[in-house]
Design a protein around this ligand. Sequence first.
Ligand code: SF4
Length: 487
Amino acid sequence: MYQFHNTGLPILMISAGMLQAKKVNNPAATWHRYLNYGLLGLATRLQEHGYSPRVFHGHFDEPLSFVQNLHAAGRLDTSAPILLSVPSSYALAWARKVCHAIKELRPSAKIVVGGRWVTADDGQWVRKQLPGIDLVVYGTADHFIHHLLDASNWQKVVQADMSIFPRIDAGQSEVLSRLDYRLLDGFDAFTPSFEVSRGCGRKCGFCAEGVVPLTTMKSAVALADEIEACQAVYGDASIRAFFEASFFSPSTDWISRLRNEFADRQISMKWRTETRVDNMAPSQVRELAKAGLRVLDLGLESASPQQLRHMKKTPNPTAYLRRASDLLKACRDEGVWAKVNVLLYPGEDQHSVSQTSEWLDQHADCIKGVSAGPLILYRYGQATCDFLNEIGSLGARPVSPGDLDSHGFTELHLSASMSHEDAVGAASALSRSVMSARDYFDLKSFSYFPRDLTFDQFSASLSERNQANLPFAISSARRCAADMALQ
Ligand code: SF4
């Protein structure tokens, strides 16, 4: 159906940055380097179609300077549309300024906007947010990314707002992205990621991945091939990595294949991934640690049975918390750093926060760090309205209802007895009760901080700041037991 003759055509791909960090009180927040691995995966596919893509991240760069630098480097001089990925509603304000600057400097440029968690199926609203853009794309674009490069085809692309056909969600690609780091501008500032699965399907009430089925995992052979190619680009066999999965759920057979593959190729990479707390057996942690697992991000969310039910995390909180406890102890014993995520949710009160706090205290020797925060409600098509009604029945209400339309997200008062401000304070206290500055630095520098940032530089940035707002305790000299297990 489609014909392309533009092989070798340069393609500019931009991952939108932010005007300011989400956590404005944390001076380290602007050092984060979040890789938009979805965009890099699309770039790799375009390269396979014969194009010459290049991926740029906005980070916290000033938008006008960012565009001027691209212009000075000749990056805007392409007849292909510019592909702009907006990974979060927090990036919309930055994206708006960048779109404006691009159109000022090059009025004929066409801008295609994607980012499935932001665009949902709401092209009209996205166009209001980003005036002057030319196409809004929905869902994941793996199947049709190359069709977006010729504007005469846009009406035939089903997952876009100009489509003449009714929208059919093509679902997720079963073929997971391969990432070619040569296409990423400034690649060596990032800790590389490898996509190992997509989706989840476990139906937590607050999570859009809950209704997206879990794919099969990337094969150990394909993963090892990709790691070797990446190590060659970085010129460094000791780089660490993130195995990207919303719900990392390997079978025992997959783990054993990975171990064999790594052993055969002498890969000794340390890596990090993310999973539920009630899904992984201690014996699997032992085997994964032998395959290089070093950091496990765990979505505990709460230790309050009431809150776990409210958020539909589990119908059986007792079994859930018992399995969480077993998993954390296995991490401690195998020298795997456990980073526990906590979500303060609608219906929260002082009692439920205390239950979580006590549980974390009881497991403090197994935990390297805690990332805690109150639920933020993001606009996501029709689902937003239904979810707002659901959490309203738990006593939650938006701090500024108009923000959903004007910004794409809103903060929430969680219950009659817990305002948003109270929840932010309670979340910080939960993190600080367990995590030292060293813990925080170790976890962040494993994957998110620039690879050359030292602990001394990090510490120096903290000295003048308001320590009460930080998510870690500066004075604590705590060492978690997983640190000891490695000595
Ligand atoms: S287990 Fe995690 S990824 Fe899956 S639905 Fe729940 S929060 Fe989302």
